[in-house]
Structures are given as structure tokens and as C-alpha cells.
Design a protein around this ligand. Sequence first.
Ligand code: GLU
Ligand code: MG
Length: 449
Amino acid sequence: MTPEEILKQCQEADVRLVRFLYCDNGATIRGKASALSGLPGRIADGIGMTVAMMAMNALDQLQPVAGLGAVGEIRLVPDPDSFAVLPYVPSSAAMSCDMLTGDRQPWGACPRSFLKRMRERLAARGWRLRASFEAEFSLARQDADGGYVPFDETVCFSSIAMTQAAAFSTELTAALEAQGLVVEQYYPELGHGQHELSIRHDEALRAADNHIKLRESIRGVAARHGLFASLAPKPFPAQAGNGAHVHFSLWDGEGRNLFYDREAPAGLSQVGRQFMAGVLEHLPALVALACPSVNSYRRLQPQAWSSAFTAWGYDNREAAVRVASPFWSDVEGSTNLELKAADSSCNPYIALGGLIAAGLDGVERGLDPGQPIDVDPATLSDGERAVLGLHRLPSSLDQALDCLVADAVLTEALGEMLARSYLAVRRSEARAFAERDEAFELRQHFYKY
Ligand code: GLU
Ligand code: MG
């Protein structure tokens, strides 16, 4: 769409403000909005923003990061392909933005430009990654004291829960479809107030844009029903955590799924195995990108179906990478891997970019993923896990960040400025929450993700 076409669509839909959105190092979705007057110019030029925002943590504490201080500006330049009128708020639309420097170059700390760079690495081989984030979230009401209480106390996949939440879930489905997302499944999940909605996979950049739309829509539609929705990894310590499992597969230019090989065991190709091996090899560091909040490590525990070891397996829901059963009607098209060690406190551009860098390293080095694990790895002894090469994933954000610092493949992929600002922001969150109690942590994560 041209800027003029976007303006026309806004006029027809009675839009007054168009949000220029980005997701920061703390995975908070932020932005500025343009009125219709001057909109085409702002689409072309972007909206100016201080460089300091990429040094801001999730508590709005500005971190000292060299070059990201009071002096200097980047431009938030929207991608017209991501334009959508927002069905859950009046007269508003949104687009996802890249951060460009004054000379129109991708800025070193821009997460979306990082994912584009990783996409180019794949494109150099004629490949594309398709992905989808499955959103689990907790629906809640606010009690008289301002605390959050689960919306229901129903059980997993319960039809009663479906009925109780139907006004919300059907409006959410319609809102997502109106924004061009293809909704696949919805169901009430295990925890009180926990629900899950999955959307169809798409090319990597679009998949990350879609996850932003999904996060925004879940909260926005819930608010219309007087409810609060949290995609935080563990909003209620006694309830199941919220994952954002990433389903992914590699495709060539002719539309063939490179993860599929009819002759291979379970149809998983050699390239699929190598890509998975790369993800597993880098996983202790990759979780710093995919499970990057303090709250993530309440979820990422053994026997919580969120994964806790560097294991893979066929439909093993305690494995960090699950080889998902394909659909009978389209085995080639639906062969895919699922990374369970991911949650919605991640920046989806950074997490997917990291996933690509890790997977490609596996392909380049011809890595082998080892044996599939067909038990819950937590039930094995330390000795058995050592023989199988299974390692416990980091159990805190600080540990994960230490693994990231030590991982040259991922830090080189992120690039100097993004790696440095990301580490500063996430380290500061680990420090800030270490000084406070559990109630503060839960409250500060609840309505940020
Ligand atoms: N809620 C689980 C998690 O934290 C996932 C449950 C499932 O869908 O298998 O990832
Ligand atoms: Mg689930």
C-alpha cells in the first residue's frame, strides 16, 4: 500500500490516530501515533524518537548505555504491509516500525532490522523460515484492592470455560481476522483463567508482526469486556504458566517444506535435524532471547510442560523442541518443529532472529541433534541425562544472560549495539526485581505482556 492508499483507508474507516509501534529490548510494545493530517509524510519520513528508548527497561528505568543517552534520534519508519485498523479501540490503526538512522540505514539496536538481517542469511541459501507463536494467556478480573483474580476456575479444555469466555473469545477471533490474521484454534487451557489461541504460520517477519497484533488484540478485546489479559509467563504462581511456543519450518523458493523428507524417520529431513541441533546447541543462550524476563524462570521449570532440558522428542511435551505430528491431510505442509522454551515476554523479532541464527549454525556445522527423548527428562537420573547429553536450561534470567554473553554465534548475529543494549536492559531487570518481593514481580509483569 502507498501512503496515500493508507490515508484513504483510514478516512474510510473513520480512523483518527495511526500508531507507529515497535517492541523494545524489554519486550514492551511502545510507539507514537500520527493524526491523519500529515500521515503520508510521516509514513515516508518516519517519526523521530530518542535513541534512549532502547536503553529503557520494563520498569521505565533508563540504563546507562553508551550512545543511547540524551543525545541523538532515530526514526520509526512503518512497514505499510503491517497496517491494520484496530477493531478493539475506537478510530485507531497501527503499523510495525523499523528504526532507521538519519541516513536511512537500519539502526544497530533495531530488533526488526535484526530479524530482517537473519532473514537475508536464509535468503542467501534460497530459504525462508515460516513460524507462528502460540499464545497462552490468563484472563482475569480486578478485585476491589486492585489485585488480579483468574476469570474462571474451570478445567483444561472445559466446555464450561468455553461458554463462560465465549463473548470474549469470539470477539477476539473476529478482531484478529479483521486484521488479516488466520485464526486456527482456541481452547481453555489448564490453569485457572488460562486460554490459548493459535494463528496460522507466516513468513518470519510477518510472524513476528502477527505476534505483536495478537498480544495487542488479546489485551484490547479483554478490556472491552471489563477483563484483564496477561501473557506474562507466570502471572499466578500456583497456576500453569503461559508459553508462546514457536512453531517453525524452512521453505525453499518453490514452496517446498525443507523440513520434510518422505524417506526420513517421522518425515523429518536432514536439514530439519541439523537446524534443530543448532537450536538445541544454542538453547541455554537462546532462552535469554526467548524467555527473557525474570518471571520467565518461574515458568521454565521441570514437569510444567514448558520444558527444562535441552531435549527433543516426537510429541514429547517436556522436550524443549517437539517434533509435532503432521496433519493427515497435508503431511508435507504441516511438518514442523515446536520450541516450547519461549514465552510472550520475549521480543518476537529478537527471539525469531536468534532462532534463525542458532538453526543456521546447526546446518552450517552439520550438527546432529542426538537421540529423540521419549520420556520426561526430569524422570532420568543426572547420570542418564549426562549420557544423553541433556542439560538443564538456565534457571534464572541472570544465568541465561551469562550463557548469552558466552555465545559468540548469537551475540555476533545480534550485532554489537543490539547485544550491548539488550544485555544492559535485561541485566537491569534482573537486578531491579532481585531487590523486590514476589508480589512486585507478579504485578509488574502482569500487565506488561
Ligand atoms: N502451559 C505450558 C507452558 O508453559 C504448555 C502446555 C501445553 O500446551 O503443552 O508452556
Ligand atoms: Mg498450550
